[in-house]
Design a protein around this ligand. Structure first.
Ligand SMILES: [Zn+2]
Length: 124
């Protein structure tokens, strides 16, 4: 009996190194909250510090072992789309210009019907 043909060189399994930073096991890719400015790999956020009501500092660590960049990024409030129900004139939050407010409209009735979708707007 010979083992020839059974034993082969090379790795038994191929398991490329992947970083899954999002819940559900999805790859973060471009949707990562912070990407490394040097190599564009997704970054872990080690800690965050609330500086003011509208500014937060994030201590980030690049997941690329060939890079290893650690740095601080900043999240800054830009503007409100809808001011909400709480009155806080002390914060002096700017309002988004009307022409820049994103509009999310119901699907067009003229579009092709998709029976796999449940419509909230369909008449019975
Ligand atoms: Zn990097």
């Amino acid at each position: 009996m010979s083992g020839e043909g059974i034993l082969r060189g090379g790795p038994l399994i191929h398991a490329p190194l992947e970083f899954r930073l999002r819940s559900g096991g999805a790859l973060s890719k471009d949707s990562a909250l912070i990407t490394c400015p040097k190599c564009e790999a997704p970054c872990f956020i080690r800690r965050s510090t609330r500086v003011t009501a509208t500014v937060k500092h994030l201590h980030a660590h690049c997941t690329n072992t060939g890079c290893g960049h650690t740095f601080m990024s900043e999240i800054v409030f830009v503007h409100s789309f809808n001011p909400g129900l709480i009155h806080r004139p002390d914060l002096d939050l700017p309002q988004c210009p009307a022409e820049q407010i994103p509009h999310v409209l119901p699907p067009s009735r003229d579009g092709p019907d998709d029976d796999s979708q449940i419509s909230m707007f369909a008449s019975a």
